[in-house]
Design a protein around this ligand. Structure first.
Ligand code: ADP
Ligand code: MG
Length: 608
């Protein structure tokens, strides 16, 4: 038997989570709406007021709002059972006022009519509902049930009221009083009845009767009603107490709850309503559970076996019901978790919090200070950047104008060189050599303007003195450096792209090699024009590396007795006829990058 119970329970659990649930819910909703329309149709048929205020197919809300003042219900009830409600409050109440919650007048009328109606229906032992069922969030289904029940009763009565009338198989109009179940007292507390106990309406307890009746009818098994009733009463007491506590807690926990009749009424109504909902769902599940057991036993079940099954089921469901109960409480038990935060803190706690608060303040002020500093720095940087940008722009302008000036300078410079003449002839007088010391010089006079007067003692008078004109004449004491000063500007023209040629002319021993190369390559002071020119060339090209890259190469040739010799290659003699233009194209061109390279080449050249 226990195994079978377990199997039955499993079956129950599985079926409750099956996919058919959604379809079932939809079908139920449609059914509910149809029943509501049916009830409305009857109300409209019975009462002219209903025709005006109730649409044929109202929504749940429209339905509740229209019935809330109890006017229609009272009028209809008076038609079904004349004199049921002696005084119906007839003041017309607009829906707008009804919607406005807390409108005192409508509330009073609402209670008057509704209370009278419910009382009368109860007295007739018809299916009833709670006053809160017409409020927001209430169950209008119960209202519909009540109306349809009233309709059934009315029709039964019209037909003559013969025999026993049942409504929907779950409610009997003809009295069926389970022993000791009516009227029942439900006490607040451990199940005992006290002076302050609240007597439940017959309507609320009838929900409980329904469950018993349901068990009775659906299984056609005679239960020991008293025992079941007692356990049910215990369950109710147990849950009702908890529910009540939950509701009281939920009403913001204030201790000074105004405990007037209305509050107690409302509270108990809600408790009973929720409990009834639990009971109904439990009843349905228990019913299907029992049916399953019956099927397993081929409908053959002993009374004790049945009782045992119910007992086990109740035991098992107790936990689940407790959980389900918590869902009915709006706070969902959360209140218990929120509460601790309102508890008083220990002094240690408070101290720690105080310290933390101070630290927090400090950190905050630091943060504010730092932020202002950062903002200040940021603005300073911005100013600085602005200054730099301005500066860079100025430099850009300056640099572009500098380049312009430079170009202009270059043009002017080369113009000056041009004006000085593209061909310049200089004269250098060589001093006497050691062995010529006693000889007399023929140079009579050297002028600043480039004139030189030569005396020829072998010629007579006029012919004896001759004047020669040069660009410049250098005397015998002029140093190598002074010679080069006039050559230097020409080297700059080379780097500006001009072709330049410097050569020495004169008979053997007149000092060409001395002037061009110098007597000693090792001492820089005696360097001739060639080396000095190359040195300047390298210096200038190095200074301009970031603007122009120069490639400098060296050729070294000798013209001797009408023959051209490439001095950088041994044994290479060229004919004069091979010379073409300014340079000697086929002569070895050796790239150089500094004066040292050139000196090395010169040595090779001189050897050759
Ligand atoms: P060239 O190359 O024209 O044949 P050199 O340059 O060899 O003549 O000069 C001949 C000699 O005269 C060399 O001994 C040289 O040192 C000397 N000499 C030439 N010019 C000068 C000078 N300005 N001062 C001193 N000695 C000189
Ligand atoms: Mg020479």
């Amino acid at each position: 038997m226990p195994q079978e119970v377990m199997r039955g329970l499993k079956g129950l659990v599985v079926s409750s989570t099956s996919n058919g649930d959604y379809e079932l819910a939809q079908r139920k909703a449609e059914e509910t709406a149809l029943r509501r329309y049916q009830a409305v149709a009857w109300l409209r048929q019975m009462d002219q007021g209903a025709v005006e205020t109730l649409p044929e197919k109202p929504s749940e809300d429209e339905f509740s709002v229209a019935l809330r003042n109890g006017l229609i219900l009272c009028n209809v009830l008076n038609k079904v059972n004349p004199g049921s409600v002696l005084k119906v409050v007839e003041n017309p109440i607009t829906p707008a006022i009804q919607y406005a919650e807390g409108a005192a007048q409508s509330a009073i009328q609402y209670f008057e009519n509704m209370r009278n109606f419910l009382k009368a229906v109860e007295d007739m032992q018809l299916l009833t509902f709670g006053a809160s069922d017409l409020e927001k969030g209430g169950s209008s289904n119960k209202v519909v049930d009540c109306i349809l029940c009233l309709k059934g009763f009315y029709e039964w009565k019209q037909a003559g009221g013969v025999g026993v009338w049942r409504y929907g198989g779950t409610v009997r109009i003809v009295s069926f009083n389970p022993k000791g179940s009516s009227p029942r007292q439900y006490g607040i507390g451990s199940g005992s009845t006290t002076d302050e106990s609240v007597s439940l309406d017959e309507s609320e307890s009838s929900q409980y009767d329904q469950l018993l009746d349901f068990l009775h009818l659906s299984n056609e098994i005679s239960t020991e009603e008293t025992e079941t009733a007692v356990s049910m009463a215990f369950l109710f007491d147990h849950f009702a107490l908890q529910l009540l506590q939950a509701y009281i807690k939920e009403s913001d926990g204030s201790n000074d709850l105004p405990l007037n009749e209305m509050v107690i009424d409302t509270l108990l109504n809600r408790v009973v309503k929720d409990f009834s909902a639990i009971l109904v769902s439990q009843g349905t599940q228990l019913g299907s559970f029992l049916k399953k057991i019956l099927k397993c036993n081929n409908g053959d079940l002993s009374r004790s076996g049945f009782r045992e099954a119910v007992f086990r089921y109740l035991q098992h469901r107790k936990d689940l019901v407790t959980k389900e109960f918590s869902k009915f409480c709006k706070c969902g038990g959360k209140l218990e978790f929120i509460r601790p935060s309102n508890r008083e803190f220990s002094p240690g706690h408070a101290d720690a919090i105080g310290v933390q608060q101070e630290e927090l303040e400090e950190v905050k002020s630091n943060f504010v200070e730092t932020r202002s500093q950062v903002i200040q720095m940021q603005s300073q940087w911005e100013e600085e950047i602005q200054r730099i940008v301005h500066h860079v722009k100025a430099m850009e302008v300056t640099s572009s104008s500098y380049h312009k000036v430079l170009e202009e300078n270059r043009l002017l410079y080369n113009e000056v060189q041009d004006l000085k003449g593209t061909i310049r002839v200089y004269c250098r007088v060589r001093p006497f050599l050691q062995e010529q010391k006693d000889m007399q010089s023929t140079v009579d006079y050297i002028g600043e303007n480039g004139n030189i007067i030569i005396n020829n003692p072998f010629k007579q008078e006029k012919d004896a003195r001759k004047i020669f004109a040069f660009n410049k004449v250098f005397g015998q004491n002029v140093s190598q450096e002074q010679i080069y000063i006039d050559t230097q500007p020409v080297i700059r023209s080379v780097l500006d792209g001009f072709n330049v040629c410097i050569f020495a002319y004169g008979q053997t021993g007149s000092g060409k090699t001395y002037t061009m190369s110098g007597p000693d390559l090792m001492t820089e002071t005696t360097w001739g024009v060639n080396y000095r020119a190359l040195r300047d060339l390298f210096q200038l090209s190095n200074a301009r590396t970031h603007v122009v890259t120069y490639e400098i190469g060296v050729q070294m040739i000798e013209i001797y007795n009408e023959q051209v010799r490439d001095l950088l290659v041994s044994d290479d003699i060229r004919n004069n006829s091979q010379l073409n233009g300014l340079n000697v194209p086929d002569a070895s061109l050796v790239p150089v990058s500094n004066t040292r390279d050139v000196l090395d080449l010169m040595r090779i050249g001189q050897k050759n």
